[in-house]
Design a protein around this ligand. Sequence first.
Ligand code: SF4
Length: 493
Amino acid sequence: MTEASRRIHFVSLGCPKNRVDSEILLGHLMDADFSVTPDPEQAEIIVINTCGFIEDAKKESVDTILEMAGYKSAGSCQRLIVAGCLVQRYAKELEAEIPEIDVLLGNGEYDSIADVARRATQELSGHRVSVKDPVFLHSATTPRVNTFMPHSAYVKISEGCDQKCTFCIIPKLRGLQRSRPIADLVREAETLAERGVVELNLVAQDLTGYGYDQEGKVRLADLLRALGGVSGVEWIRLHYLYPRPFSKALLSALAEEPKIVPYIDMPLQHIADPVLKRMARGRPRSFIEKLLGDIRRHVPGVVMRSSFIVGFPGETDEDFQSLVDFVSAEDFERVGVFRYSREEGTPSHDLSDQIAPELIEERYHTLMELLRDKSQEKMERYVGRKLEVLVDGVSEESELLLEGRHKGQAPEVDGTVYLGNAVDFPEVGAGDIVEVEITEAYDYDLSGEMTQVLKKAPMRPSHARLEASAAARLSRGEPSSGAQPRPTLRVLS
Ligand code: SF4
């Protein structure tokens, strides 16, 4: 049997960084002539790339493994391969508890997946566990399948993390920071642009620390300037900037480089000094406030996204109130809230004064309610404005609508702009950048009318023309929230 006849069903879980890993695993498999099927019943091998960050993610990973193990028990699939962070963390337990798993592959061995899959189909039975130190770092020449929208891609600029946040297991699962060279990232960006990608979403555990492991100095500003020179790339978006000092060069790059969208995704985790200290975040509230001020001064109109943890051990009512007041006062456009997850193997697991789950829940809902009210208020500000919008394609809400995002909306985690007059612009499609006059605001989404095409996508499959009779208008309440991340990706062929 050739690999071409061996069909793989692939499930990717977790964050965009894990999506990049999944794309690399898929790239290796497809280079080795395996084919991919969206139907697990048609697959001979099922591969699951897991997440093992916090309780909810672990549960989703285990549930998915059990669901996929069912296909093996039922006899439709021959082999089950489980990879990723959950394996890196719990290989022994998975091996002992889920006998249907044939191979457990840690984070360090993604380039061996094709070999592993080939051998798994040849061996009659038996578990194989391969978990080494996570030193893997891909490059521009690593095989990769872009599973995202054809005009947008994640680019992982470094792997691992040197920070020591006490709640976080990531450095243990992913190792210390390894930054990819600037030339290699430029090459990847050029390759993506040649394939029609116009938006680069830079991701890393600690984007701000990019380069420090290579030359003892951070080089994010140099990288941004270099990526800004890549022809075909129009928007560059930054995710997960750790709040460490921003150099003048970085602030200038953010302010001056036209392709960098004015959008900063900076997880702050908390604001009360006693909590920041117990989290070992390294910098106090005064530093954070100054940094936010510097960013806003240099990048007027910047859209700020952040995330916070409620219920960290020792968080007093007063600490929580400081967080509520801070979030109320600061002009964050988007905020994610996470309940503290007590993770074994992290220093905060053993801290005193763990907070009762009911209180964590209560604080979570208090903050979420506040944010809902603020979100609607912020969205109203856009009504009447003209914005540049990158078209993502035909809307999931209706095939008569197009949808896209303005510069302050990241894919997957933020809202959408619905384009009601698609019929007037039949030539417009995914990857085009258009000017849109915003007419309505919802909790997380906007809708508006296109006024002109600003930039045509360099390439894309032809866009189906919309029927003139089907002029679509969006009514209040129709759009989906678009506010929550969609963590699960079932990769289709
Ligand atoms: S910066 Fe902190 S929270 Fe983020 S990955 Fe590193 S250790 Fe974890």
